[in-house]
Design a protein around this ligand. Structure first.
Ligand code: TH1
Length: 831
């Protein structure tokens, strides 16, 4: 290896090699060194921000040492690796997690304490790395944590957006977005690798020519070029040496600017090209579960995929193995269809650049990729218009046509009598303009396709991908139920509960093997344990109450039932149904006598979540929640019996405070629409119960924790089509309780009724696509049961304990082991 140090000098290197700090004093020395040199400050001008930066530099150095060791080991062991391609990594803050996973939490805490700082204040300084929209991005973050913690050799590949998901403020009840410039104070958790710069091409044309072997081949020429620069984020595993890599790409211009124009004095247009290049990785698209066919989005996808594959192939070529070994060494997982173009790019590299035969290349491609589907919502399925696609990626379009041709030939042989089959399964949809169906391409180019919870995995086989099951058989389609990392979502978010559990398990081993939670089950009937558990819940509720006081200026009582729905705002997630039921509760309490009010279970209804900036209906729902909050919270007839709170700018850091503080959390999507959901797991793991529909992972949670410990309601997925049809074509009356709510809104109780016209229309007038009216009665009934059950505090807590004890299955470590065994075929790296 050319850049290696000659043998004679290596002793010296080893003698002076950097070692990790092992005790408080060593940490403090590093901390002060970073304050005084890295930051050029002193004890006379070191504020919390500087102290956070210095502490994180010290911890980062430690991670880099571990990172180096791990990468060296993985290179020498030369085992098969997995690459997780995701356009979103919703990491949140890094510092607390880095301290925990590296096992230096205590020494850094006491270390900064001696030096005049509080660790909690320093942690607060870190901006969230919010490079994702919601569940899909957070899943990717949990997965890289688990891949490292279970010692698998695996990297994440993503985009280094300069702007993460927008920040949300509420002004006059409306969502207002502002940019999230999270890199403003530099990012200590990334290592820029300016030497890893990969050229990526767009546009241009293809040209056919005859090569040396007399074969006619097509190559891609011309067009625009930009450079991808690697930024590495170390991902430390918990209680292990393994520190994996998350490589994020940033776009840079290939040339600084056009010298000709510069010399002729046209300065402005000389830098224009460079600015254009930088926009590729500038901003995260803020749509969750929604596809909008913007050219820049396709550019982002190809830019990231091309850079990642170039990197992967370059690393493989260094081993000098034959191409036929490729998929024995490399597994690539596609997080939804966003990276699907990777299938085509690898085929292009193998055929056009490396000269492999089509069939041999295709065999390598299909045995390398796995595709995870995360949604069945039609508006989320990616379909690129052929003209746009062919203009940006002309050679890729040709390859897609070839893939499609060979695929359709095979299908035609299998189903010679089914005339519609070919049109149904073709990668190209014959609409005008034609569209490239990315999900179909992903299925055809992968050896395994999985859904993210049992119901969802069954649904994709019987609905959107039905024909492909007929073609490939059922073995290609499987389920891997999502999971969450217990390090962040139990231990970091809820240290007191983690400690209480550890006192019964005997150690913190459950953070590595979550099934050990089962050991607390016997204590569900232990009065002393129940009391401690209840105290911790109260403490966590007080923490959330303080956040609400600070952000909203609203006083809430910790004795009230905390009812939480925090997630992206979407009609299918039915926040509208929740706020309608809050209005119903308000009307009901208002009509009560003083005597009747004594029976009411006081409730705090807490909402949070962002709407996509262009999603009018979701924005209207936010406005309604805030308007109801205004009216209810200041109504003297109501007092503490009902409070309504909208927490602005819901993000990972806020989730860490909110999840441990719920008594009830709501996961109430129309059956069959939420593929899995993962916050449902977070809330139960933190000792809250669920009010939910028979949808996504709620079903498996019920199976694990027992149906007596969850409040389920609503129609089942199998009835949804029929109910929609009934509403559409027959006169189905609207639920009378819902009608009362609508009357109140239309009577102006929550301000200008005109604001809510389209929202009301969406649940009435022969529409109600998400079955709000159909589910409303059973929803109210379930709410009633919650009110009643919450009065018996001991039984309630006992149910929470039993639920937590049975949540072991929902660790993302389990999910990763399933991927590793049944899709990636990779092994953990031994010590
Ligand atoms: C979410 C699903 O809605 C959710 O049910 C699931 O738990 C989560 O993925 C993780 O599997 C999705 N997020 C997105 C985001 C985009 C496109 C599709 C989906 S599905 C941009």
């Amino acid at each position: 290896f050319e850049a290696s140090i000659p043998a004679a000098s290596r002793d010296l290197w080893q003698q002076f090699g950097v070692t990790e700090f092992q005790d408080k004093e060593a940490f403090q020395k590093e901390f002060i060194r970073h304050v005084e040199t890295t930051l050029a400050r002193s004890m006379y001008n070191c504020d919390d921000l500087a102290a956070y930066l210095a502490a994180s530099q010290a911890i980062r150095d430690r991670l880099i040492v571990a990172w180096n060791k791990t990468q060296q080991k993985h290179t020498t062991k030369d085992q098969k690796r997995v690459y997780y391609l995701s356009l979103e990594f919703l990491m949140g803050r890094a510092m607390d997690n880095a301290m925990l996973n590296a096992g230096v939490k205590d020494i850094t805490k006491t270390g900064v304490d001696d030096l005049g700082f509080k660790i909690e204040d320093l942690l607060e300084q870190e901006p969230d790395a919010a490079l994702g929209n919601g569940g899909l991005g957070r899943l990717a973050a949990c997965f890289v944590d688990s891949i490292a913690s279970t010692n698998y050799p695996g990297w994440g590949y993503g985009l280094r957006y300069q702007y993460g998901i927008f920040k949300q403020r509420i002004v006059d009840g409306y969502q207002v977005e502002s940019p999230d410039y999270w890199l403003a104070f530099s990012n200590p958790w990334e290592i820029p690798r300016y030497e890893i710069a990969i050229d990526v091409m767009f546009y241009g044309y293809t040209r056919k020519y005859t090569n040396d072997q007399g074969k006619t081949v097509s190559i891609w020429e011309g067009g625009e070029q930009v450079q991808a620069i690697a930024y590495d984020v170390p991902v430390p595993g918990y209680d292990t040496e393994t520190t994996n890599n998350l490589r994020l790409w940033a776009s840079k211009p290939t040339r600084e600017f056009d010298f000709e124009k510069f010399n002729s004095g046209d300065y402005e247009s000389s830098v224009r090209e460079s600015q254009k290049a930088e926009t590729i990785s500038a901003v995260l698209y803020p749509n969750d579960n929604f596809y909008s066919g913007k050219e820049l989005r396709l550019k982002q996808q190809y830019f990231w995929v091309a850079a990642s594959l170039n990197d992967i192939v370059r690393r493989f070529k260094k081993t000098h193995r034959p191409w036929s070994d490729f998929s024995d060494q490399i597994a690539i997982q596609l997080n939804d269809t966003h990276p699907t173009i990777a299938i085509v790019e690898l085929q292009r590299i193998l055929v056009d650049m490396e000269g492999l035969e089509w069939d041999a290349a295709w065999e390598i491609v299909t045995s390398t990729f796995g595709y995870t589907n995360h949604t069945v919502l039609p508006e989320a399925l990616e379909k690129w218009p052929v003209p746009l696609f062919g203009n940006l990626l002309p050679r890729h379009l040709e390859i897609i046509y070839n893939i499609n041709l060979f695929f359709l030939q095979k299908v035609e042989k299998m189903f010679p009598k089914d005339r519609d089959m070919l049109a149904r399964v073709s990668i190209i949809e014959e609409s005008s303009p034609q569209q490239v169906r990315m999900a179909y391409l992903a299925i055809i180019g992968s050896h395994k396709v999985n859904g993210v919870a049992e119901l969802h995995s069954d649904l994709i086989k019987t609905t959107i991908f039905k024909d492909f099951v007929a073609i490939y058989g059922t073995d290609k389609f499987m389920n891997v139920t999502n999971g969450i990392t217990p390090r962040r979502w139990l231990h970091q978010a809820n240290p007191k509960l983690s400690e209480l559990i550890a006192s019964k398990v005997g150690s913190y081993s459950f953070l590595k093997d979550l099934t050990l939670l089962k050991k607390v089950e016997p204590f569900a009937k232990d009065p002393e344990f129940i009391e401690k558990w209840a105290d911790i819940k109260k403490f966590n509720k007080a923490r959330l109450a303080a956040l609400i006081k600070k952000n909203n200026g609203i006083d809430v009582s910790v004795d009230a039932l905390f009812d939480v729905q925090v997630k992206r705002i979407h009609e299918y997630k039915r926040q509208q149904m929740n706020i309608f039921s809050v209005i119903h509760r308000y009307l009901t309490i208002k009509a009560m006598s003083a005597e009747e009010k004594k029976d009411v279970t006081p409730r705090v209804c807490i909402f949070g979540g962002k709407s996509a900036p262009g999603y009018y209906m979701a924005k209207t729902i936010i406005k309604l929640i805030n308007s109801v909050s205004e009216v209810v919270n200041k109504d003297a007839d109501i007092g503490d019996l009902l409070k309504v709170v909208f927490i602005a700018d819901y993000n990972v850091s806020k989730a860490e405070i909110i999840c441990p503080a719920s008594d009830i959390s709501q996961h109430i999507s129309t059956a069959g629409t939420e593929a899995s959901g993962t916050s449902n797991m977070k809330f139960v793991l933190n000792g809250g119960l669920i009010l939910g529909t028979v949808d996504g992972a709620n079903i498996e949670i019920t199976r694990e924790i027992g149906e007596e410990n969850i409040f389920l309601f609503g129609h089942l997925a199998e009835s949804v089509d029929d109910l929609r049809h009934q509403r559409r074509f027959n006169d189905v009356p609207i639920n009378p309780d819902l009608q009362k709510v609508i009357d109140a809104i239309e009577g102006g109780m929550f301000g200008d009724k005109d604001i809510y016209g389209s929202l009301i229309y969406s649940v009435t007038g022969n529409r109600d696509y998400y079955l709000v009216s159909d589910d409303f009665q059973s929803y109210l009934d379930a709410q009633k049961l919650v009110d009643k059950d919450f009065k018996d505090k001991t039984t309630w807590v006992s149910r929470c304990i039993t639920a937590v004890a049975n949540m072991g299955f929902f660790s993302s470590d389990r999910a990763i082991n399933e991927y590793a065994e049944s899709i990636w075929n990779i092994e953990p790296v031994a010590k």
